[in-house]
Every structure is written in structure tokens, then in C-alpha cells.
Design a protein around this ligand. Structure first.
Ligand code: HEC
Length: 860
């Protein structure tokens, strides 16, 4: 994907919050629509029955209403309980007028829809929780519900059984930023976390967040995770997470980001995550689309209709058997700005996934109703595809509402009524779906059997229920039997994950007693004919593989590392091969990666679990000198250099130095590659106790060495080295404290887009590390943070064209701190920024409400 992507990528924040009052291409001027007025039909609010008639559904399918106002309003997230009730998050304060002026009022709710009639239409709605400010996420756990309400993630329970929550426990307080009632125009909780999803590994995964969560007794344990996606996420049968952002309809993590984050020496390089699945971004609305944020730009439209995704959200991989078989594993994606839902076919191949539209120049579902706003998808217990329809004329949040769209909404009366909402379901044409038994009322052994269901919702919900309860010996026995013998590969997979979940949950006697049987069933699964089951077996077995006494599992691992051929399993082995902590296995895993055509993400998957043992692995590999020219060996060497441990860096140089004469070109290339280290640079060299003998010896060899050695020599310093680089003026104690405080602000706010490594993220934000903006004029930087920045902008020679939201809600001290941090992290040497400078500039720019543009900042 080219670095320069059109600005609307960030301008359609489907459900993010707050910020600037108005954005337009030119202040004070309202652009005219491209669509001629005569072609724009009226867009009155329709009744559910009328809206139903506006849909065009793909052949073979039918759409049905299951709930509407007053039972539900502004639904944005939902999940089915084991009893078939639908838990819905209502984001009621969202854009009640064009200034979003009610969004700080506690109107948000969680309602439970129940008691369906024979047509599947819910007859009852119970308010479980109210008084919420823009709630946006939900997941069920044990006897309670997790609810995301920025800045908090709550765990809520109904202790007295009246259907209303009466206990609210704080799980996390960094779940986005709350709208600040005192300064609404400055609060900026954009890109807040959402899409709580139970992963197959029994961890809770959160979209647009930097941690994953695991229940720990009565509380929760958090581990760093990769920031991914914008709104919504979904799993496939491998448990891989799909996500997307505005104009990029489908991405997936082929390798879990949290695994890569385990190795700090990788330097924030996460290959295999955020993998682009769909390249075709075209959409086929069935109505004209004047009501989009950049509707005045010709390139947005084709025949007056939206041309490509601009508000892509809520990706959903359909995995049930109610739809015809060719729908299994298809990815559906919502486009609320174009009033449609896209259907993609996924093609897994060579450990990657690609997508293509199912229909040529048509959509799975499209509406002529401008207020049809699909923002959430989920599969029901019976296998139907459920759609959350916010049913609102305005979905663009005020932070990025153009003056053009504001005028559209005003002139065409799109703002009211407010508070409507619908839930639809899509079923195949033909007889109605059979009712599904309630998991809640099934005996435990019957719940175990559902792990092999053809509907992923049943499999995954059954797993969650079983992991959350203390199992009887009979249940454990049934799980072991299912893992060994289920005729459904998914049944074997979920039985394995359930057993692992029970083991992780703590010492449960029935599980501890079955430890040997579980080991045996894992050994079997490691040789399962289905790659999916083998992948699962390796993941599930990791804690066992870490124990030296697991000799039989380790010998199966040894065989697998030598003989496995399936690309998906190879990727998993790269991740799990290092779980033993034994360098012999590390080296075997490395050699497996080398044989497997060595795609970058396989190498990084391997390095992720290797943190701290890269040197030993490299030494082992270089016993085969012919491997010296392999990228994996260079990657290992770079990790060692990034460790900055003088003794280990010395050993690294020695291992390279002692390579035999016949691989001299490879040796040279390795040194050259090391000299071009992205994280260790001449400005931040590694300190050694003394000059390494190898450097001098290498220099004597000639053959082009001096250049490579010369460069490498700049990365290494020792006392008395001639021409030592002048050191930067050190920070005073007070400045150092400011830097530390800035690091906190950065992690909590900026890293979500610019990434912890400061390297930025494709499709989201430019790099800060090495940026001439960061190291340049501090006033420019302060302005960017206070009021935001609108592209196009050039950073390090690359063009970007997005929107950076204002962070003016930070205090002067916080702005000074985060900028001081930016200017000293990543080898930067720029002077720190003082609080007084921020205060003065804030006062001078007080009247500024719009984001800055690059020419304005440069031309100062
Ligand atoms: C929502 C994502 C997002 C967040 C959060 C964010 N930025 Fe940015 N930032 C951007 C984008 C996008 C640009 C480039 C704007 C463009 O393309 O028009 C940018 C540009 C910048 C630039 C100038 C260009 C460069 O790369 O040097 C600086 C400096 C900067 N941001 C600092 C910060 C700081 C400090 C924070 C935290 C207080 C922060 N940003 C938070 C998205 C973000």
C-alpha cells in the first residue's frame, strides 16, 4: 500500500468521539455537492417496515427485523448470551445534534433483548445498565458482563437477580478517553478501544487497544498487545483476528502481535500482523451518496455513488451452517456511509489469506435508505447473520465533520429524529431456521458436545462456559475423549483449548488428575491429519513443552521441526519451537525457518519467542558457515547488538570473525548489514569495556573490510577511542523527570497511532523516530499537539495524508513532557521543551479551532 493515502482514511471515524468543531477543506467556505439536487431523493426517517422495503439482498437470502425502537436505540455492539438473549450496547448520546452537544450526558445503556416470537422477533427489552456515557464494547464473562465506557472498562453483575446490574467493578481505566464535559471541544477520545473478543486461547482481545486480558481469580491480568483495527474484529477457525479501518476493508494478524512484542530487541518490527487481506476496496451502493464527508470531491464518487470504502468497519467472518456451504468462512464488512454490507470470499494459502468480492459489481446487502447504518455484525445461535443498524442520519462524528457534510445534514433534515435503532438478521430463503437449544440449560456433558458444533458461536460459547466453571471428573474425561476422537476437527480444537483454559484457571483437582491423559491427547493431536488441529496442539502444548521432563512431547516436536510441510503449521512451529527455552530446539526451529523459504514473518515469529537467546542460536547456526548470508542470521545478529550487552556483543563479533575464508563475501555482507542497524546508531552506540580485538584484525584483512568495519566501528565505542562522538547535553534532573512523565503520556495517547517504537504504522500515522518535525522547531510541535494536523505532510521524505487529532486537553506540563520525550527518545538530541513555552503558545493560539496544515506550520 502506498504511503500516501487519501485523507478520508481517518476522517470517517465511525464511532470515535469528540474533537474539533468543524473541518473543511477551506475555512469559511462550504463546498457544493457533486450530486445534482434533482437526483437526491428525500431521506425521511422510515418505520422499520418501510426500511425493510429499501433493502436489496443477494439472491438466496432474506432479511428480517428482530428488534427496533423503542426496544433498542443506537445499537453499536452486541453479544448473544448462552440462553439466546441478545445483549446490546446503545450509544445513545452519539451526535444528537451536529455539535454532538449531548455526548457527555449519561444516556448510554446496555439492554437485553429476549422472548422472541416464532419469527425470531424479540418482544422484550430489559435495561441491564444505564447512565453510561458513550459506551462502546461488551463481552460476557462468568455471571457478569464487561462493558467498555471510556475511559473505563467495567465488570458488572446483577447480584439480586432483578435483571439490573447492581455491582460495577473497574477492570481498566485506560479504555479510551472520556469526553470532558468542561471542555468538550478539546476532549479527544478518538480511536477508543472496542470489539471485546474471547480468543481461542481464552484471553480477551480488544480492538484499538494495547493490552489483552486474562481472568485471574477475581481480577484480571493484562499483557501488552499490538494495537489493531479501528472498529470491530472477528476470528476465523484458526483463531486469527481480522480487523479493518475506514478505507481498508480487511486485514488480519497472521502472527499474534503480543507474541512479537515479547522480544524488545526486535525493535517494534511486527511483520505478519496487520496483513492486508483485501486489495479490492470498491463498493456498489444502490443510492446516490451526497451525504458523505468528502461528497464534494469528484474522486469519491462514481455515477454519484460512493466508489470505494470510506467507513469500513465491523468485519465479520461467518462460520455457521445455516447459510449455504459456500458462505462458511466468508468475510462480511459494513459500510455505513454507503448503506451496504460487502461479502468477500477468503482464500487461505501458504499461511496467508487473501480476499475477493463474492459478487461482481453488487453487494450482499444494500439499502436505498440513507439512514441505514450497519455498524456491527454477529452470528446468532441459529446461524443467522445479525446486523446492528444505528439508524441515524448522521454517523460522522463532529471531530471530522466537514462543513460540507454539516450543510448536507442541516439542509436535508438528517439530524433528527435521534435515538432510533434496528437489529436485523439475514437468513437463507426457504423455511425458517430451527430453534437452537439454550446452552444455558443444557447438562454439562451436552455442553461439551457443542464444542464440535458446526456453528462457531456454539463452539466458542461452549468453550467459554466450560472454562469458567469448575468441571467434574466426568466433564474432564469427556473433554479428553472429544479432543482425541471428535469427528469434527473444530471439536478437537475446542476440546484442546478448553482443557488448556482449565489448566490455566488454576489448580482444579479433576484437571490435575487428568494431566497424563491430556499430555497423551496432545501428543496425538500433534500428529493429527488436519493442519488446524496440529496448529492448535502446538499452541496448547507450549507450557508443557517448557518443562524438561516432557520428553515425549519434545521428541514429537523435534520430528515436526524436521518434517512438517504445511505452511500454517510451519508458522506455528516458528512461534512454538522456542517455547522449550532449550537452545537445541531454538536452533532446530531456526533451521526449520531457513528451510521454509524464510518469509520475513516466519523469521520474526521465531525471534518473538527467542528474546535473550539470539546469540546462542546464532553461534549454533554459524557452525554451518554457509548460512552466514541468510537474512535470519543477520536478524539474530541485530537483536544481539540491540541487547547492548558488551560481553555478548563481543561474542557476536567473535563468531563473525572466526568464519572461515570461503564465506568471506557472506561475512562481509553480515558486517555490512549489522552496520546498517536500525536501532543501534552512531548517535547511540554500544559501550564496550575496551576495543574489541576483532575490529582491528578485521581492518587488517583488506578485501573491502575497512568500509564495513569503519561503519560498524561507529556503532561501538570504548574508553579512549579516538574521535569519540561529542555527547549530547545531558538532561538535568528536572528535565529527566519531565522526560519520564512524557514517556507515560506517549504510551497512553500517542503510541496508539505512532506506535511504541515511534516508527508509525502504515495507513495510520507517520514515524516520529528520526522525524525532522520532532527534532525541529518546538513551536510547530506544540501547535500540532494542541490543535492537530491535517495532511498532506511530508515526513522523512514520505508523503502522508491523514488527520492527526488535537490533544489540547493535555495540560501545559503534559505537552512539554511528551515533546521532551519525543526529542530525546530514539537517538534524538534536540533540546527539551519547557512548560512556559507551551503556556505562552497556547495563549497566543487560543482562537484556533481548526487543525494546522503543513504549509501554515512551515511558513511561520
Ligand atoms: C489518531 C492517531 C494519532 C494520535 C493518537 C497521535 N497522532 Fe500524531 N499524527 C497522526 C497523523 C495521522 C499524523 C500526520 C498527519 C497527516 O498525515 O496529515 C501525525 C503527525 C504528527 C507529527 C508530525 C509528523 C511527524 O511524524 O513527525 C507529530 C510531531 C505528532 N504527530 C506527534 C504526536 C504526539 C506527540 C501525539 C500524542 C500527544 C500524537 N501525535 C498522537 C496521528 C496521530
Amino acid at each position: 500500500m502506498p504511503r500516501s493515502v487519501s485523507r478520508h482514511l481517518l476522517s470517517y471515524l465511525v464511532l470515535p468521539l469528540a474533537g474539533l468543531a468543524q473541518i473543511g477543506d477551506k475555512a469559511g467556505e462550504v463546498q457544493r455537492p457533486i450530486v445534482p439536487a434533482a437526483l437526491i431523493p428525500p431521506s425521511p426517517a422510515l418505520s422499520p417496515e418501510e426500511e425493510l422495503r429499501t433493502f436489496k439482498v443477494a439472491p438466496g437470502y432474506r432479511i428480517e427485523l428482530v428488534a427496533a425502537e423503542p426496544l433498542v436505540g443506537h445499537p453499536v455492539a452486541a453479544t448473544f448470551g448462552p440462553d439466546g438473549r441478545l445483549w446490546v450496547v446503545e450509544m445513545k448520546g452519539y451526535m444528537a445534534d451536529l455539535n454532538g452537544s449531548k455526548e457527555d450526558q449519561p444516556q448510554g445503556r446496555v439492554v437485553v433483548l429476549s422472548d422472541p416470537d416464532t419469527a425470531g422477533r424479540f418482544r422484550r427489552s430489559t435495561v441491564f445498565l444505564d447512565g453510561l456515557v458513550l459506551p462502546r464494547a461488551i463481552a460476557l464473562h462468568r455471571d457478569g458482563v464487561l462493558v467498555g465506557e471510556p475511559p473505563n472498562l467495567w465488570f458488572c453483575r446483577d447480584r439480586d437477580g432483578d435483571g439490573k446490574a447492581d455491582e460495577k467493578t473497574l477492570v481498566a481505566s485506560d479504555f479510551g478517553v472520556r469526553v470532558d464535559p468542561a471542555r468538550p471541544q478539546l476532549a479527544n477520545p478518538e480511536r477508543a478501544p472496542n470489539g471485546l473478543t474471547w480468543g481461542h486461547d481464552n484471553w480477551l482481545y480488544v480492538g484499538a487497544y494495547t493490552a489483552r486480558l486474562h481472568p485471574a481469580g477475581e481480577g484480571w491480568r493484562a499483557e501488552p498487545d499490538d494495537f489493531r483495527g479501528q472498529w470491530g474484529q472477528s476470528l476465523d477457525d484458526f483463531g486469527r483476528i481480522y480487523h479493518n479501518s475506514n478505507s481498508d476493508q480487511l486485514r488480519v494478524d497472521l502472527v499474534p502481535g503480543h507474541h512479537l512484542l515479547r522480544n524488545p530487541h526486535l525493535g517494534g518490527r511486527l511483520t505478519g500482523t496487520n496483513f492486508k487481506v483485501a486489495t479490492d476496496q470498491s463498493v456498489w451502493p444502490i443510492r446516490v451518496n451526497p451525504g458523505i464527508n468528502r461528497g464534494y470531491r469528484p474522486e469519491m464518487l462514481q455515477d454519484h455513488k460512493l466508489k470505494e470504502f470510506t467507513a469500513a468497519c465491523a468485519p465479520w467472518v461467518y462460520r455457521a451452517d445455516l447459510f449455504p456451504a459456500d458462505a462458511y468462512g466468508n468475510a462480511f464488512v459494513c459500510e455505513p456511509a454507503g448503506n451496504l454490507i460487502k461479502r468477500n470470499v477468503l482464500f487461505p494459502a501458504s499461511a496467508r489469506v487473501s480476499a475477493a468480492p463474492y459478487y461482481a459489481q453488487a453487494e450482499f446487502l444494500a439499502s436505498t435508505d440513507e439512514r441505514f447504518r450497519p455498524v456491527g455484525l454477529l452470528t446468532g445461535p441459529e446461524g443467522a447473520l445479525y446486523i446492528l443498524d444505528m439508524y441515524h442520519g448522521v454517523i460522522q462524528h463532529r471531530i471530522s465533520l466537514t462543513s460540507y457534510l454539516r450543510a448536507q445534514a442541516e439542509s436535508r433534515g438528517l439530524v433528527s429524529p435521534h435515538g432510533l435503532g434496528r437489529v436485523w438478521r439475514i437468513v437463507p430463503t426457504g423455511p425458517a431456521a430451527a430453534a437452537t437449544p439454550s446452552l444455558a440449560s443444557l447438562p454439562e456433558l451436552a455442553v461439551v458436545a457443542e464444542l464440535g458444533s458446526s456453528n462457531a458461536w456454539l463452539r466458542e460459547t461452549a468453550q467459554r462456559l466450560l472454562v469458567e466453571r469448575a468441571p467434574s471428573a466426568a466433564v474432564v474425561e469427556a473433554l479428553v475423549a472429544l479432543a482425541a476422537n471428535s469427528s469434527s476437527p473444530s471439536g478437537r480444537v475446542h476440546a484442546l483449548w478448553t482443557l488448556r483454559g482449565l489448566e490455566d484457571a488454576g489448580p482444579v483437582p479433576a484437571v490435575a488428575q487428568a494431566a497424563e491423559d491430556i499430555g497423551a491427547v496432545l501428543a496425538k493431536a500433534m500428529r493429527d491429519p488436519r493442519p488446524l488441529v496440529r496448529v492448535t496442539a502446538w499452541r496448547v502444548a507450549e507450557p508443557r513443552l517448557a518443562r524438561a521432563e516432557a520428553t515425549s512431547l519434545r521428541s514429537i516436536l523435534r520430528m515436526a521441526l524436521l518434517t512438517e510441510r504445511d505452511p500454517d503449521v510451519l508458522t506455528q512451529l516458528a512461534l512454538s519451537g522456542t517455547a522449550t527455552g532449550d537452545v537445541a530446539f531454538d536452533e532446530l526451529t531456526a533451521r526449520m525457518c531457513l528451510r521454509a523459504a524464510e518469509p520475513t514473518f516466519l523469521t520474526d515469529a521465531f525471534l518473538g519467542g527467542l528474546a535473550g537467546r539470539e546469540l546462542e542460536t546464532l553461534e549454533g547456526l554459524l557452525r554451518t558457515p554457509a548460512l552466514a548470508d541468510r537474512p535470519l542470521v543477520l536478524a539474530l545478529a541485530r537483536c544481539v547488538l540491540a541487547e547492548r550487552d558488551p560481553a555478548r556483543v563481543g561474542r557476536l563479533l567473535l563468531a563473525i570473525h572466526t568464519l572461515p575464508e570461503e564465506v568471506r563475501p557472506a561475512q562481509l555482507a553480515l558486517l555490512g548489514g549489522l552496520a546498517a542497524h536500525p536501532a543501534v546508531t552512531a548517535k547511540r552506540p554500544v559501550w564496550l569495556p575496551a576495543e574489541p580485538a576483532v575490529l582491528a584484525q578485521l581492518a587488517k584483512l583488506g578485501l573491502g573490510y575497512p568500509t564495513a568495519v569503519g561503519k560498524l566501528g561507529q556503532l561501538l565505542v570504548w574508553p579512549g577511542k579516538p574521535g569519540l562522538p561529542a555527547t549530547t547535553v545531558p538532561l538535568s534532573n528536572i528535565e529527566q523527570k519531565r522526560y519520564d512523565a512524557g514517556k507515560q503520556v506517549y504510551g497512553g495517547l500517542c503510541a496508539a497511532c505512532h506506535q511504541p517504537s515511534g516508527q508509525g504504522l502504515e495507513g495510520l500515522a507517520p514515524p516520529l523516530a528520526g522525524s525532522e518535525w520532532v527534532n525541529g522547531d518546538p513551536e510547530r510541535l506544540i501547535k500540532v499537539v494542541l490543535h492537530g494536523l491535517r495532511g498532506p505532510i511530508e515526513v522523512k521524505g514520505q508523503a502522508y495524508n491523514y488527520d492527526m487529532p488535537a490533544a489540547g486537553f493535555l495540560s501545559d506540563a503534559q505537552v512539554a513532557a511528551v515533546l521532551t520525550y519525543l526529542r530525546r527518545e530514539w537517538d534524538h538530541e534536540a533540546p527539551p521543551v519547557a512548560e512556559e513555552t507551551v503556556r505562552a503558545l497556547r495563549a497566543r493560539t487560543r482562537s484556533r479551532t481548526d487543525a494546522w496544515t503543513a504549509p501554515e506550520l512551515v511558513g511561520r
